[in-house]
Design a protein around this ligand. Structure first.
Ligand code: APR
Length: 240
């Protein structure tokens, strides 16, 4: 199953890897969709929009505090480490929808966070923005300026940070191979990145145990988890 892909990786000049919640599932961080997905249990409109936050910042913060605690104790898995290993051999850029920072903790150098980072906190009014690893005693936490802090993540209905998105599109348009790992590809605009790559002649390879709405556009779909497939793949690349 991996042989054709090993050659493609070997021959490629520039690889972009688009990742989603699936790559962190084996680190104990739940995905959003699928059987045990967070959006099966919780309503995203009550927890992940600016209107929800304005209406009930304590509820939104309680949910984020629980997720922050889980993410702070989670460790990168073999899939994250395999990608950082691949960077030793190839020009790799990661475009991640994940807010958990696990790619960076696995040693990856070029990571664009499309949806922000859950550990970074920003003021709803002033320019304060900082990584805060503590758990907050009083919710919602306040900035020194007196206003409420929020997680520096992109909620439904919000735009992606412009500079990050511009760079992500440019990376997608200039790669010759895109690996798409652990994302359902249903959330816009991140799900357009494979199409930008394909329009510019890149090959698309999907690693996902399940089909996605864009599976038919892929040159190859590997139906396995990231931990099952990425270390094996990177091993093969490093040996040949
Ligand atoms: N390895 C690889 N893929 C996996 C694994 C695994 N171990 N386990 C599950 N998957 C796949 C699922 O089949 C699914 O297609 O990962 C995908 C996870 O999809 P989502 O939960 O929808 O996550 P994602 O695509 O990252 O969601 C996009 O939606 O609400 C949000 O802002 C949130 O960034 C997130 C965005």
């Amino acid at each position: 199953m991996f042989e054709p892909l090993t050659k493609q990786i070997k021959d490629s000049k520039k690889i972009v890897i688009v990742t989603g919640a699936g790559i962190s599932k084996e680190s104990g961080i739940p995905t959003f969709r699928g059987s045990n997905g967070l959006w099966r249990k919780y309503d995203p409109m009550k927890l992940a929009t600016i209107d929800a936050f304005n209406q009930n910042p304590v509820l939104v913060w309680e949910w984020y505090e629980e997720r922050r605690a889980n993410i702070l104790t989670a460790k990168p898995n073999a899939g994250h480490y395999a990608i950082s290993e691949l960077e030793k051999y190839k020009d790799v850029t990661i475009l991640t929808q994940n807010i958990d920072g696990l790619h960076q903790r696995a040693g990856s150098k070029t990571v664009l966070e499309l949806h922000g980072n859950i550990i970074r906190t920003k003021c709803t009014v002033c320019n304060f923005k900082e990584n805060l690893r503590v758990s907050f005693e009083t919710l919602p936490p306040k900035c020194n300026c007196g206003n409420i802090l929020r997680p520096d993540v992109v909620w439904f209905g919000e735009e992606l940070p412009h500079d990050v998105w511009r760079e992500a599109v440019s990376q997608a348009q200039s790669c010759d191979l895109m690996l798409i790992v652990g994302t359902s590809l249903v959330v816009s605009p991140a799900n357009s990145l494979p199409l930008y790559a394909k329009q510019n002649g890149a090959k698309l390879i999907e690693i996902n145990p399940e089909k996605t709405p864009i599976s038919s556009e892929m040159n190859l779909s590997i139906r396995a988890t990231s931990v099952e497939s990425l270390p094996r793949l990177v091993d093969l690349v490093s040996f040949c």
